[in-house]
Structures are given as C-alpha cells and as structure tokens.
Design a protein around this ligand. Structure first.
Ligand code: NAD
Ligand code: AHE
Ligand code: ZN
Length: 369
C-alpha cells in the first residue's frame, strides 16, 4: 500500500513529507494506522546525527497511538479494530530478559531493531524502490506502519489518540522511572534535572508517590511555572546560583537528595545529579540520552560512599503489561497529560515541532494524521 510519511533522508536536514510504499504484515506482524504521534527529544537527537545507531533514510517517531488494520499469520493477541500503542521496548514474555523479571529490556528483537529492520531482517518501507529504515521498531511518523505483535500494547478504545500517544514514551518514561526504576517512597526528597517532556513526568510521578521536596533544575526560567503546575516545590536555575550548583542542592536537600533524575542527556549534568545525592544511600537515575561518544565521569569515592548510579529505559515499564495500566491512570484522572501537550500539528508541519522543541517553547508537540 501507499502511505504518507515524514522521511529523514539525511541527518541534520528537515523531514520531507512523501508518499512511501509499505509492504503488508508478515508472520507475527501487525499493520497499524497511526492516528497521532508525539515528537520526543530522542527523535531530534537521531535526526541531528547524535545517535550511534542512527540510520538514513529512515522514518523516525516512536511515541504513537493507532488502530490495528490487519494482522499477519500467527498473530493471536490482536485483531483489526484494536487500539494500540507501539512499543520501542517490546515485551515478548519469553526471552531471557523478560523471564528474569529483573529488567524490562526485552531482547527478542533488539538486534534487528537497532539496524532499522523488522525481525526477519528486511524493511517494510520503501521509496522509489529504495528501502527506508524503520526507527526504534516503531516509525510512527508514518500514517501506517508495521510492527511485530510483541511490540504493541492493546489499550482501551475510549482513550483519545492525540493524548494517549504520549504514553508511548514520555509519560511512561518519566512516571515509570520514579515508580519502577527508583521505587521512590513517600516522604523522599528528589531533584529533577531538565523540565521538558520527560522531566515534568518525573515530577508528576514524584507527586503521585508522595515525595516531600521536589526540586526542579533547568536553565530555562519559563520551566519554573511548568514544574510547579505538576508538583515541583522548589526551582533552581543553575545560571543564577552563585557558587557550586551541587553544594547548593546538597544544602537545599539537607545533606543531599534521596533521588535525582537526569532528564537532559548532558553528561556534566549527570555528574551533578549523582553528586547531589545523599551520602550513603542517594540514587541517581540517568534517563537522558547522551550524544555518541560522550562518557560520564565522577570520583569513584562518590560510589564508595554509597551513592548509586542507575539508568532507566522506557521507565522500566514492561510495555504490554504496564502501558494499558498507565492509560487507565490517565483516563481515571490519576495522572495528567493534556496540559503538557502544548502544540498539536498536522504531519505537514512536523518540522515546526522540532523547531519548537529546540527553542524551548513546547513541552510536547503531537502530530495528528
Ligand atoms: P526536552 O527538550 O523536552 O527537555 C529537555 C529539558 O532539559 C529542557 O527543559 C532544557 O531546558 C533542559 N536542559 C537542557 N540542558 C540543561 C542543563 N545543562 N541543565 C538543566 N536543564 C537543562 O527533552 P525530553 O523529550 O524531555 O527528553 C529529555 C532527555 O530524555 C533526552 O535526552 C531524551 O533523549 C531522553 N529520553 C530518554 C528516554 C529513556 O527511556 N531513557 C525516553 C525518552 C527521552
Ligand atoms: N541508540 C542510542 C541509545 C538511545 C537510547 O538509549 N534509547 C532509549 C530510549 S529513548 C526514548 O526516547 C532506550 O530505550 N534505550 C534502550 C535500548 O535498548 O535502546 C545509542 O546510544 O546507540
Ligand atoms: Zn522518546
């Protein structure tokens, strides 16, 4: 079939809206009509050529929601008409990682996914006879896409696509990092670095679990109001702190934070986040994705003295199990999504979504088809 897609033909160039060819679903695969997709900073990072796994040409996008149109042979858990959220972290429930119960990082198809291909090693997308790579196993910047069955969470049909899509990455990543990865307890104090589409969801996760002090850190003063809107109790702009930012945060938290979260992708900030943790027990969760080649540094003494450095992908959530629950939380009013979606745009204006993000003017832009 033909479908409309925003194609990344080259790094650092605007996406181009073209009609691409899409092959139907093969064994274990599902054809999905994407109704809406968010634009996450990770899409921008890949488009900017910062991703060591970045491939071109490709169809980016990994934060979508849509409807199943057709299922391939062997698909048993989904049928046409089901509402779904694509999962860049699938859940096969059979691989060593899924069975370990120690991680959400299913390994069933990670190898081919990182090469921009479906599990059988081929692409379903092409343009003028040339194959186009899939992205993070999702490619939600296309009106139609094909995914493996294990990479789709079935969600309730009354959830609006243009809001539920954000659960496909940002909401689950932020709230999940608090609940699954850090397992923050009521009364804890926390520092969140970077109050964008992810950081604000960390803040609302901290509020949900009953954290005490919730300190937000951002270079952009306009984020102070945003943080407060979702439960932040204190705002710090490092550019306005006299002296060392880490010392300032340690003082503000009465000796160091119980938990810190990096939502910037900046390795210097990751170091500050670790060192702002309380001696003996503070845990720092790395969520931000750093450019290819970047490395984190600290004095080993920081770890010897009990601070813990952890990472979190997709908020530690098991997609097929946890995503439908997060959709319920949203529909039941336990978490908020609507105010964070600052811009809703048609596919033709997708490049504006990247501009708004880079200018710090949006929290989340959602593209509707
Ligand atoms: P965003 O652009 O919406 O927000 C980033 C925020 O960080 C902005 O408010 C910006 O002002 C702030 N910031 C930038 N540099 C800073 C600094 N030095 N100090 C303090 N604040 C600073 O981006 P987003 O969509 O929220 O994504 C945040 C990061 O999380 C990105 O690196 C993205 O790739 C990553 N991410 C990771 C996962 C995961 O599963 N681990 C999932 C989604 C996104
Ligand atoms: N491809 C990059 C790493 C990118 C990355 O870390 N992605 C996160 C999700 S970001 C969503 O917005 C993730 O889930 N990582 C785990 C995984 O298996 O990719 C690189 O450095 O090569
Ligand atoms: Zn994302």
């Amino acid at each position: 079939m033909k479908t409309r897609a925003a194609v990344a033909f080259e790094a650092k160039k605007p996406l181009e809206i073209v009609e691409v060819d899409l092959d139907g679903p093969r064994h274990g695969e599902v054809l999905v009509e994407i109704k809406a997709t968010g634009v996450c900073h990770t899409d921008a990072y890949t488009l900017d050529g910062l991703d060591s796994e970045g491939l071109f040409p490709s169809i980016l996008g990994h934060e979508g929601a849509g409807v199943v149109l057709e299922v391939g042979p062997g698909v048993t858990s989904l049928k046409p008409g089901d509402h779904v959220i694509p999962l860049y972290t699938p859940e096969c429930r059979q691989c060593k990682s899924c069975l370990s119960r120690k991680t959400n990082l299913c390994t069933a198809i990670r190898g081919t996914q990182g090469k921009g291909l479906m599990p059988d090693g081929t692409s379903r997308f092409s343009y003028k006879g040339q194959a186009i790579h899939h992205y993070m196993g999702c490619s939600t910047f296309a009106n139609h896409t094909v995914l493996p069955e294990i990479a789709l969470a079935k969600i309730r049909p009354d959830a609006p696509f243009d809001k539920a899509c954000y659960i496909g990455c940002g909401v689950t990543t932020g709230v999940g990092a608090v609940i699954h990865t850090a397992q923050v307890e009521p009364g804890a104090n926390a520092v969140v670095f970077g109050l964008g589409g992810i950081g604000l969801n960390v803040i609302q996760g901290l509020k949900l679990v009953g954290a005490d002090k919730i300190i937000g850190v951002d270079l952009n003063d306009s984020k102070a109001e945003w943080g407060a809107r979702f439960g932040m109790t204190h705002f710090v702009n490092p550019l306005k702190v006299q002296g060392d930012i880490v010392a300032h945060l340690v003082e503000l938290t009465g000796g160091g934070a119980d938990y810190t979260f990096d939502c910037t992708g900046n390795v210097d900030v990751m170091r500050q986040a670790l060192e702002a943790c309380h001696r003996g027990w503070g845990e720092s969760i790395v969520i931000g994705v750093a450019p290819a080649g970047a490395e984190i540094r600290t004095r080993p003494f920081q770890l010897v003295t009990g601070r813990v450095w952890k990472g979190s992908a997709f908020g530690g959530a098991r997609g097929r199990t946890d995503v439908p629950k997060i959709v319920d939380w949203y529909m039941d009013g336990k978490i908020e999504i609507d105010p964070m979606i600052t811009h809703t745009l048609p596919l033709e204006r997708i490049n504006e979504a990247f501009d708004l993000m880079h200018a710090g003017e949006s929290i989340r832009s959602v593209i509707v088809f």
